[in-house]
Write a protein of this length. Sequence first.
Length: 143
Amino acid sequence: MSMDWLQQNAGNGDSNPGVYFGTVGTKLVGQIVALPRQVSTQYGDRLVVEMCADEGTTAHKGPEGADGPIGAGELVTLWIKPGAMASAVADAVRAVNAAGLAEGDTLAVAYSGQQDTGKPSKLKLYQARYTPAKTAVDIDNLV
C-alpha cells in the first residue's frame, strides 16, 4: 500500500456530519460530491461517500440523528459498511451497468425494513437506487 493512499485515507472521513437512518422509511437522496474512498476504522473497513442531499431526504444527521433532519443542499457523509447497505448499493450500481460509484452521480438509499437475527438488535435492511450523471453530449445523436 502506498504512502499516498495512506495519507488520502487517514482519519475518519471529513467534517460533514454522518447520516443516521433511525426509522423504517427514512432515506437519503443526493449527488456524490467526491470520489468515494475506503477507510479503516476501529469497527472495520467502511466506504465513505460524501454527498450533497437533495429534496426528498428524510434521514437525520449526527450520532443517533442528534443533529436533526438533513436539509436539501446540505453536505453529509454516508458510511457504508459490509452487509445489507453495501449489498443494496452494489445491486443498484449493477442494475444500471455502472462500473462503480462516481462523483457527480446520484445515489438514493432508504432504510426499508428489519430482519430478526436472534440478536438483541435487528438487522437493518436497505434499498438503493443509483443514477449515473448524464454526459453533456450524447455521442449517438451527433451523426
